[in-house]
Design a protein around this ligand. Structure first.
Ligand SMILES: [Zn+2]
Length: 284
């Protein structure tokens, strides 16, 4: 069933687990997330970032919404890294139930202004908003931020950012990065704890691919309520496809199925690590 992200995050925050939000690009990805969530009895979110939306257009968003509606566990459909007014207006018109207003490339005051404006707009349509403070290094689609340009989230600034913008969740930069760079286990847990005490909204960690299980669990204990995973799913998808291409002629239906299963297994494992397995029961 289609669920509001705010409900998933509230349940996770109260229950000591985190919501897995998984980037997909096509039908196989959406099915993989739904099947993993159903098999583990876990709430979860399907998310699309801008390059995927540009490529698949409204039909891709419609199929993600249909997959979420047809699931027997609660699922949100989230627009990841909306960085312009036009993109976010379009995402709201197409029917996303949750959006990220990403003004992290902007100077602080402009990030506040952009995020506040997008939050007012999204809230008027009862859609939840995730903001970001700090600048996350790494590569996500067409968004490339060198490590030298990354910056950590300042706890005091985070408190006023949340208050001024009215966001429902805050993506933090604590040494995490997009993609699968080698810095995955350099998370600053002390900083995470300070941010947690400074703000009340659920915290989000992007770039969860490759972060070790103990670090993920420590993040949850310190208040991370949503993890975004993209690179590991992409890797599983591409690897399954390339293996299947050896058979000649390739059976496309079988190939797509093998890619779905490969991604599903990665998602299922993440849901277990996020402690969300078996948590759908109370929400259905
Ligand atoms: Zn991200």
């Amino acid at each position: 069933m289609l669920a509001a992200m705010t409900d998933l995050l509230a349940e996770a925050k109260a229950g000591g687990f985190a919501v897995g939000s998984f980037n997909v690009y096509n039908l196989e990805g959406a099915l993989a997330v739904v099947e993993a969530a159903e098999r583990t009895r876990s709430p979860a979110a399907i998310q699309l970032h801008s390059p995927a939306v540009k490529s698949g257009g409204p039909p891709l968003v419609a199929l993600c919404l249909a997959a979420a509606r047809g699931a027997n566990v609660p699922m949100a459909v989230h627009f990841d890294h909306g960085s312009s007014v036009g993109e976010i207006e379009e995402a709201l018109a197409i029917g996303f139930t949750s959006i990220m207003a990403d003004g992290s490339r902007l100077p602080y005051a402009e990030n506040v202004e952009f995020t506040k404006k997008m939050t007012t707009l999204a809230h008027s349509k009862k859609v939840a908003v995730e903001g970001e403070l700090g600048r996350l290094a790494g590569t996500e689609g067409d968004m490339v931020v060198p490590e030298s340009e990354g910056s950590m989230t300042d706890p005091d600034q985070a408190a006023s950012f949340v208050e001024q913008t009215g966001v429902d969740a805050l993506a933090v930069c604590i040494g995490n990065s997009h993609g699968r760079s080698g810095t995955k286990d350099r998370l600053d847990f002390g900083l995470l704890a300070r941010i947690r005490s400074a703000v009340v909204v659920p915290l989000v960690l992007h770039g969860a691919s490759g972060v070790s299980e103990p670090s993920i669990r420590r993040c949850i204990d310190l208040g991370v309520t949503k993890f975004n995973v993209n690179a590991e799913l992409r890797g599983a998808y591409v690897s399954a496809l390339s293996q299947g291409l050896h058979s000649q002629p390739p059976d496309l239906a079988e190939l797509m199925r093998s890619a779905t299963v490969a991604v599903r297994d990665v998602v299922s494992n993440k849901l277990r690590i996020f402690r969300s397995s078996g948590r759908a029961g109370g929400m259905v």
